[in-house]
Ligand binder design. Sequence first.
Ligand code: Q9C
Ligand code: ZN
Length: 695
Amino acid sequence: MASGTALLYDEEMTRYQLLWDYPACKIESPERLTVSHEALQTTGLSGRCVSLPVRQATEDEILLAHSQEYLESVKKTPSMSLEELVTFTQQYGDVYFHPNIYHCAKLAIGATLQLVDAVMTGKVRNGMALVRPPGHHSQRSLASGFCVFNNVAIAALYAKKHFNVRRVLIVDWDIHHGQGLQYCFEEDSEVLYFSWHRYEHQRFWPNLRESDFDAVGKGKGAGFNINLPWNKVGMGNSDYLSVFFHVLLPIAYEFNPELVLVSAGFDSAIGDPEGHMCATPDIFGHLTHLLMSLASGRLCAILEGGYNLTSLAQSVCQTVQTLLGDPPSRISGLSSPCQSALESIHCVRGAHQQYWTCLKYADVGPQLEASTKCPRLEGVIGEADEEGTQAEEAQKEGEIKEIAWPEPPSRMAPPVRTGVVLPTGLEDHVPASCLRVTTIPLTSTEAAKGLSDPADPKLKDDKVLQSLGGVSSLLEKIEKKEVRNGLAVVPDLSLAVAFGVQQALTSFTDRVLLVFLGSNPPIELQEDGRVMLIQFCCTEQLETKSKFYIPVCLKKQSPSDVPGFLYAVLTLLLPLAYGYDPGMILAATRERDGVGLAAWAQLIGLLQGLAQGHTLALLLQGAEEVTVKATAASLLGEPTPTLGPLGVPLLENVKAVEKQRQRLQAHWGLLKAADEDHLRATCGHTEDEYSGVLP
Ligand code: Q9C
Ligand code: ZN
């Protein structure tokens, strides 16, 4: 299996700059690249990457996405005088030319394609290309928004052509709409384009009607273009994550890409003079992690925008560090997305409901009109400029001060990733890179300490005491930062879980997330919030009012309802887990109760983004070897095999998930995918009509 992270960078791409007075373009400076690269060096991250040489793109490669005429005219720029460059520049918007930009633009494409080559041939698992000029605004015959050639568009077309890739996912998390990418692929069902962007009801550049949520693609590409407009500035971590949980990830899993390309612009991070958003640099570690479970981990991140040099450098580091496999930092203080974000999420889910089965039964309510609250401008850009965006208005009034944020905490990674405690016979089934932890059996007194029933007769069983000793040593190694996570196969699951939870709570965290597959919860839950239990089972559980006990009853289907389970993981478990912010996760199962092997492996992989990767997986003795193997592989951070094409989830399973989401969203705001108050108001229904359905 492919391993390693590629880094593509060439100092030559810093050798062009703005040569005349053009305020709109001042922010696109060579320092953007140098600070990013220097940050990777001083943090030691670049030394851990596979450094690959950059090359120039060929003309044929440029012509994959651009017209011959356009190429010919750009080709002339290296010999132009300053005056000629200014004139040439003026036919486009928000872009400048320089005698060396054509050379750099060819290197930017070449770097991107080298990365795609390395990932597709399995030379590396993933990687990042630090390039200038960026690409996502440039179009077939047009430069735009600092972009000359569309690096990512060319990469997608190149992957289709040379590697016969049939499904490419492009995630454009830059704060501007990559209209060039949208135009290139809007009729293409093999390239799914997702973009979120500052929009402010068309008041923000590039002020396009077609950047709104209702541009879903055309012809056979209908459903393969996803726009999430931000209609307010100041969006933060909760808003970004919610879009991933409730829009991008469900659709992306259903699309089942073979390759993920990220248009990685960091002007969507806090402090950026263009974006005016509030998401912190460490969120990009999480966005990256969440995307790494797709396409067997084949992910290429290509730099686009990002103009606050501090924020940019930090965000680049967070992204690369996650690609390298280090655990993302914990994100605290997540809550409900803001009302405007919820409105956008609701709208885009409605617009795509007919194209994606994951949204088929989702309660997306009546379709809202494009931009309900604030009338959209009718394509009169001049008018937009006069009116000004929120941020510009605020700036004029002196409301916006220099924004400061703490430096992301350092993300330490223990030398050994995974410790295992396995009965003899199973040991040969996990990779050699797992640390075999030797264990000393506990005495019954030691074992009894953490248990609700110290008189439990099982505490006389040597095998049980031995296995609790194993759980204890694994947790101790995690606490001492000798290993990141652990796997134990135990003879009594309930005891091991109860003991593990207690020890984690006493030794190093005040919040444990317990993910349990199976009926009969292994522990009795207190309402003090120190444990959150998310239980997947196939038999109906008793009604509960607890905020910390979330039973999800998924009816078995033959072989199993993978789409239904995944829907529960993405839209229920992840929002709950991120909102809870545990310091440790226990994932336990007796026999994977109706959950397929690949789905279980995905779950374990996704959980690694939480609790700094501190997961203890507990399997009941007798578990199949494949389960042990797959669990160890996911804990080791090996790319999870894809789930394959997903069918329609069972209606009753979607309903079971929705029921829990409705019940809990007042407390766990990340569960929200719509603004219920707003819906009540706009649907013209009375409170009474809804009182039975809504919280
Ligand atoms: N104040 C990239 O991030 N200027 N391009 C907009 C509105 C154009 C951004 C002016 C910004 C282009 C790759
Ligand atoms: Zn941008």
